[in-house]
Ligand binder design. Structure first.
Ligand SMILES: [Zn+2]
Length: 362
């Protein structure tokens, strides 16, 4: 998701509503999960191209590379799913241990559970992944930030964005299972209890040669995450990326407005545009990833980059005309994108996020 924060939204599935201190439970309600907003549940391993496969948990996907020397995975999603995946891989690829797990970025909904492969696998990630696990409050999607600035991850910090913008922001329920004493707050170390620590990190690019295959790991820049890795399966010319450029709101088309929570996950629009451009320079025919039910193309990436450039230009022009944010929400119609998914809901939030972003990052 570019912006997963939207993808976090999908974590909000039907969990019981926590009570925020000082508020009556009856006031803490949010609308039911919108029909068709996310991919339906279900798990399967499906062929992509050559020796590249994907396996899904509803609308969340991992990548699998099958080689004579064993398997390489990108992501493991969660503890329960990773256990299922390990059993299924043993059936479908017998005698082939998982030798590498690439961790696409440090958000819990893509990389928890990986430790189940620690008996055979090395874990590889961009260096920011280790920084996010160093004990400080990590970068998180969905406008989840350390709102009370105490260094702990609070349930309210996960929930509040989900009440403010239901099904687009927030991560309701994400700390509950890691909070055994139930006081609604955990340390960063507790938050990462199910996340493997990378054995190998890189900064900009790294190439792995494994089982006769060449796999490039590329840090495109900061966007949805600050530690993202794009994985290029060079032999198949398949690029696998997670939450950027396709966030959890993307189903079968990349023509979907970014959720813009955070705003834009706390990273400059210029970094988002740089990230798109980095991916556009790579040599591939097919883009698949952690979200999206169908393969995409380089043209889809270029459209996403053009959207951010257009949004930036429109908001910059309005700022230079001296318009207020409320005026911008009237004058900036984003008309060329009105057929994109979530347009009606997300247009004003995109304008607001761009406005805040361009004020913050000069
Ligand atoms: Zn994410």
């Amino acid at each position: 998701m570019k912006q997963m924060i939207p993808h976090l939204a999908a974590l909000l599935l039907g969990l019981s509503l926590p009570v925020i201190a000082g508020e009556a439970p009856a006031q803490r309600t949010r609308p039911p999960r919108p029909e068709g907003m996310f991919a339906p549940p279900g798990r399967a391993i499906t062929h992509v191209k050559g020796d590249v496969w994907r396996a899904n948990n509803g609308g969340w996907y991992v990548a699998i590379l099958d080689t004579p020397d064993g398997l390489l995975l990108v992501d493991t999603l969660n503890v329960d799913y990773a256990a299922w995946l390990k059993e299924e891989l043993a059936k479908q690829f017998p005698g082939k241990p998982v030798k590498y797990v690439i961790l696409s970025h440090s958000h819990w909904d893509h990389t928890e559970g990986g430790k189940i492969f620690a008996d055979t696998a090395m874990f590889v990630a961009q260096e920011g992944f280790a920084r996010n696990m160093d004990g400080r409050y990590p970068q998180l999607p969905g406008d989840i930030t350390d709102r009370n600035d105490d260094g702990w991850l609070d349930a309210a910090e996960f929930d509040e964005p989900a009440y403010e913008r239901p099904w687009y922001c927030g991560g309701m329920g994400a700390i509950g299972p890691k909070d055994p004493d139930g006081d609604g707050r955990i340390t960063p170390a507790q938050f990462f209890v199910n996340t493997p620590r990378p054995n190998i990190t890189y900064s900009d690019r790294m190439t792995i040669r494994f089982g006769g295959k060449t796999i490039d790991l590329v840090f495109p820049g900061k966007n949805h995450a600050d530690d993202g890795t794009a994985v290029l399966f060079r032999d198949e010319r398949v690029l696998f990326t997670v939450d950027f450029p396709a966030d959890a709101l993307v189903l079968d088309s990349m023509r979907s407005l970014p959720s813009a929570c955070g705003p834009f996950d706390g990273h400059p629009i210029s970094e988002w545009i740089r990230s798109y451009r980095t991916l556009e320079t790579l040599d591939f025919d097919m883009l698949i990833g952690g979200h999206g039910t169908v393969p995409f193309t380089k043209a889809d990436i270029s459209e996403g980059r053009a959207y951010f450039e257009y949004l930036r230009d429109q908001v910059q022009a309005a700022m230079s005309r001296g318009e207020s944010l409320e005026q911008m929400k009237q004058t900036i119609t984003l008309a060329p994108y009105q057929q994109w998914r979530h347009f009606e809901t997300l247009r004003p939030f995109n304008i607001e996020a761009a406005y805040q972003n361009l004020q913050t990052f000069r």
